[in-house]
Ligand binder design. Sequence first.
Ligand SMILES: [Ca+2]
Length: 352
Amino acid sequence: MPPGFAVKFLLLCTCVRAVRYDTEEEGLLAMEEQAEKEAVRNKRLYFHRINTYYLVDHSTQCAQLCRLTADCKSYQYRQGEQRCEINNATMREFPSHSKTLTGWSYYKRNAIAFFGIWSPCPQESDPCRNGGICTSRLLKTQQTEPNHCRPTCVCPAGFHGDDCQTDARDKVGWKQHGLYAFKVFSDNVTPKRYNEARTACADEGATLGILKDEDTHDFVLALKNMTAPSEKLWIGLSDSEVEGSFAWEDGSPLGDFSQWVPGQPNSQSNRNCVYITPQHATHPSQWGDRSCSSRHVAAYVCQKKLSFWSRAKVVGSSGSSDDATHSADRTTDGHSLTYWRPDDSNRYFNNW
Ligand SMILES: [Ca+2]
């Protein structure tokens, strides 16, 4: 540990009020510039990945995740996928394990000069599980964050809960596919109408499944065929808003991908909701439109986004919990160096 780091760390955890970080953004920009100079473009290291994080919208965040992971020796980031991979080895150690792959950038752990902007938690007060990493948020000035000695857990995709203790990837039927978890529900005794299925998904913190590509479609079909192969299945697609103009539940129009049964949709104003046909149908596992109030569709699929940040626990510097819990959604202010902002505060959280 460099000597300067230890000093900064001590200052952080004793909450010394005199510490000011007016130049945090300049600091980040300088670090980012330096790191980008050291990036190895279009390279990815294989076989040494110890964690993957999604929804990481900047390489600097990936640097932080590496920095806060004890075993991290290198990291790689793909902007297009907002994907950050943490490795416990370097390309220099395993040159034959690196491959050329467009879009990836590879960095050594120390690509970013580090001067205490981010701090790990003391081990004794680290509540994070399942690969979650613990960090203290640190903000621009002492005025904007009076309680800056608060470790929070950053959960890998697929985990959530205060301490990243909940594994959402494979629990009670939810299965992870990319950034989402899907679950097929079925009840052929009291089948749900489309809107009832939509409400049932909302009760799960989810939406009806959005199957914009073949990969996702096949994934959902596999789920369906495990639990409800003989049922029809509502998906989150309808033309209720504008007849003939099908749109997904997220508001986006039906794109290039579709799996209509030949002759469907038959564009009737009383057939606005889309289902997938049963496995034994004449045209198995394809799409048809039918009345949204039909009770002949006994299954539906819900999806929910797996959050990179979920609920972040706030603990005191002594390690004791307090009641404050920050829902750390990503900010929407468009600032490239702004990461997440707890939504229970209107202060100038510009970091985490
Ligand atoms: Ca219609």
